[in-house]
Design a protein around this ligand. Structure first.
Ligand code: 1CP
Length: 343
């Protein structure tokens, strides 16, 4: 089993062709995803239906033969398991009840009380570990504490994470208590995914870029370090990908500070820069601009070749710099993969 290309690259091997997968590879750009989602009813019903969640995870593997599959779920299921009310407004995104006071924090469930809600997710992982092709690596995931906290504090997605920054300034103890609860419950959540068959774990810190200076160290680096240290103590050799999106200079040394095996790079920095500054410490993932999946053509081919070339001297997982968007053309994904694999 250890000859899977993703696992080899995560161990630091430089491969002639980088393995490839794509953030949001199961998603609305695929007609078969839209059909299964309609069958499930709504997005959350799809997440909590193990058969259908496994089906949408497998769809892009069948269509494209990606080297990895990522569990179909969402980073906001953990707050729901902690007792928050969560729903999705059509066309707008997530909405949830907020946690901004000591009383609201105290009313949340404990780290060991999340599994009743999340057990369908573990069942999805078990189905996938049975049904995936033997060469395909199964990635489990969770949101990083800071990113998940930004949604819990605001009750929705925000452009600048203003409410979370405001709570951090106004009531440091409540804010830090929420980060701590998310850190410890994320460890339990991810442990169950690994026990169910996830072979690699990815931690999504989509809003890490809005943490500056010491805040970045305290709330992006430190929670990731704690989660990774505990997971590696429980599961020696478990490979872990960290994604401190838009961290900029914060990418430098992130793997060393947190113990991550691989750092995922967004497309606000060049592959050239990331190769020089981040890949020197180990495997990197990224970082084609997802817009190419909409626009396609020769610019897509050229940009794909450039990402492959820039990272070719070290271990690399080819990916986009962020998730593929619903307006992407499925043909462009095929063209990207063909360019990676055939040169
Ligand atoms: O309408 C739909 O079908 C829902 C769209 C959708 C999908 C396909 C959402 C709502 N979540 C997902 C799946 C999802 N989310 C996966 C599955 C695996 C994959 O194919 O990649 C993963 C890993 C996530 C992670 C996630 N959810 C993140 C971190 C990664 C990132 O994109 O930055 C975040 C921030 C979320 C929250 C979320 N869930 C959904 C939306 C629209 C959002 C963003 C809300 C916002 O801030 O505007």
């Amino acid at each position: 089993m250890t000859d899977k290309t993703i696992l080899r690259a995560l161990r630091g091997e430089v491969l002639p062709t980088p393995p490839v997968w794509m953030m949001r590879q199961a998603g609305r750009y695929l007609p078969e995803y839209r059909a299964t989602r309609a069958e499930a009813g709504d997005f959350l019903s799809l997440c909590y239906n193990p058969e259908l969640a496994a089906e949408v995870t497998l769809q892009p593997i069948r269509r494209y033969g990606f080297d990895a599959a990522i569990l179909f779920a969402d980073i906001l299921l953990l707050p729901q398991a902690l007792g928050v009310d969560l729903w999705f407004e059509t066309g707008e995104g997530p909405r949830m009840s907020t946690v901004t006071t000591p009383a609201e924090l105290a009313a949340l469930k404990g780290k060991d009380d999340i599994h009743d809600t999340l057990s369908p997710i573990y069942e999805t992982v078990r189905i996938l570990s049975r049904e995936l092709p033997k060469e395909t690596t199964l990635i489990g995931f969770a949101g990083a504490p800071w990113t998940v906290a930004t949604y819990m504090i605001a009750g929705r997605g925000t452009k600048d994470q203003g409410p979370a920054h405001a709570l951090k300034a106004a009531d440091r103890a409540t804010f830090a208590g929420l980060i701590d609860l998310l850190t410890t419950s994320t460890i339990e959540y991810l442990s169950k995914q690994v026990e169910a068959g996830a072979e690699v774990i990815k931690i999504f810190d989509s809003w890490a870029g809005s943490l500056k200076g010491q805040d970045f160290e305290d709330f992006a680096v430190e929670p990731a370090r704690r989660i990774i240290a505990e997971l590696k103590a429980r599961f020696p050799g478990l490979p872990i990908i960290a994604f401190p999106r838009e961290a900029g200079e914060g990418y430098i040394g992130f793997a060393k500070k947190t113990g991550a095996d691989c750092v995922a790079i967004d497309n606000s920095v060049s592959a050239e820069w990331a190769a020089a500054n981040v890949q020197k410490d180990g495997c990197v993932q990224g970082n084609l601009d997802p817009r190419h999946m909409v626009t396609g053509g020769q610019p897509l081919i050229d940009a794909t070749r450039e990402v492959v070339r820039a990272f070719s001297k070290g271990p690399h997982l080819f990916n986009l710099g962020h998730g593929i968007t619903p307006d992407a053309d499925p043909e462009n994904v095929a063209l990207m993969i063909e360019t990676i694999r055939k040169g």
